[in-house]
Design a protein around this ligand. Structure first.
Ligand code: MG
Length: 386
């Protein structure tokens, strides 16, 4: 028997949105189903495994998906419905561990360290969880178990759909060794290309890199090498430890109406976005609160389909949220909180807010550039248009 100092389970639903649609509508079963917009600028959010056989993938333009698989059935995303199913899922996860960190609607880390007496060895717990999920929501999931988050996440991905893989303690590095460098968190296509041009083709190559050879990648270099060696000591971050992050402002003269409230929120959005990025976090929810001149407080929260950290996405989320607040009374304080904070390095699902509006990596990169300039020259150098 191996000794588990720490046992982490990563669970990920298989083709979640598409599977929910096939579950709810039997006529879709066995067919290539694409959840996403089918307009000219539509994007594939998720597709069923039948569609994947034709090469259709998440984040692919729908136009291209149609070319690859002309008989695919397009279904418009039903986010609030998926969120409801997600709630049921999280409830099941909570039965297996008090420490659950959701990464998105259909994916979570569970710290199951020390749960052997209740549920058996990690392998058995993973199997029981798969069974419990199937019984609760009639959907399949893939589960990876390892001594840390990164390896557990890779393990759940490798045998999709319906996979279950346990990486024994001590075998993390050898498990990762043959994989391409893209498997490492934070390594996108560009970095991968650069790594390959320097002779790093596999994760093993990075694990074995001599000191200094990864210096050109800044702090990322050391980070990549640690992951490549199967080292990742980040804790599973549950609700109790995860704080929300926010900013508020008391206005000099009472304001009222959507336009004025929005104007007061804009600088707060930039502040919150900058803090998220500084702490390497993304938020899966956003909350706006209002205090009226008569000291009544109310707030509204919006759950996002995927975690975000850039100001443009936050702004779009706020615009979706503001019409749901009553803003007719005189208002003396406005506040904004980023909630459901998750690790900023976790890979992301495709945005459902449209094509490129919310959560695109480009926005986040733009904001990082802005952060850099502000750090160097001060805030007044760069003012963004309202
Ligand atoms: Mg999934």
């Amino acid at each position: 028997m191996s000794v588990w100092q720490r046992a982490i389970l990563h669970v990920d639903m298989d083709a979640f949105y598409a599977s929910v649609e096939q579950r709810d509508d039997p006529s879709l079963r066995g067919k290539p189903v694409i959840v996403g917009g089918d307009g000219r600028r539509g994007v594939v959010a998720t597709c069923s495994y039948e569609a994947r056989k034709f090469g259709v993938k998440s984040a692919m333009p729908s136009v291209m998906a149609k070319r690859l698989c002309s008989h695919a059935v397009f279904v418009a995303p039903r986010m609030s419905h998926y969120a409801q199913v997600s709630k049921e899922l999280m409830e099941v996860f909570g039965r297996f561990s008090p420490v659950v960190e959701p990464l998105s609607l259909d994916e979570a880390f569970l710290d199951i360290t020390g749960m052997e007496q209740l549920f058996g060895a990690p392998m058995e717990q993973a199997w029981k969880l798969q069974k419990a999920v199937r019984e609760a929501v009639s959907l399949s999931c893939s589960v990876g178990v390892a001594s840390n988050k990164f390896v557990a996440k890779v393990a759940s991905d490798i045998k999709k759909p319906g996979g279950l893989l346990v990486v024994q303690p001590g075998e993390e590095a050898s498990f990762l060794a043959p994989m391409p460098v893209e498997r490492l968190w934070g390594v996108g296509p560009k970095t991968a290309e650069r790594l390959r041009s320097q002779g790093f083709a596999t994760i093993a190559d990075i694990a074995a890199a001599k000191p200094g050879r990864l210096d050109g990648y800044g702090v990322m270099g050391a980070h990549m090498q640690a992951l490549a060696r199967g080292e990742d000591d980040r804790a599973v971050d549950d609700d109790r430890t995860r704080k929300s992050l926010g900013a508020e402002r008391t206005v000099e003269e009472d304001i009222r109406g959507l336009v004025s409230v929005r104007a007061q929120l804009l600088p707060l959005i930039d502040e919150v976005a900058a803090e998220l990025r500084a702490k390497n976090l993304r938020c899966g929810g956003i909350r706006v609160k209002i205090k009226t001149a008569t000291f009544h407080r109310h707030s509204r929260e919006l759950q996002l389909p995927e975690p975000i950290a850039d100001a443009l996405s936050l702004r779009a989320a706020i615009d979706a949220l503001l019409p749901r607040l009553e803003l007719d009374e005189p208002i003396r304080l406005v506040g904004l909180s980023a909630t459901h904070l998750v690790d900023g390095q976790a890979p992301r699902q495709v945005s459902l807010f449209g094509n490129t509006d919310i959560g695109s990596d480009r926005d986040e990169r733009v904001d990082r550039v802005v952060d850099g300039v502000v750090a160097k020259f001060g805030k007044d150098m760069l003012k963004r248009g309202g």
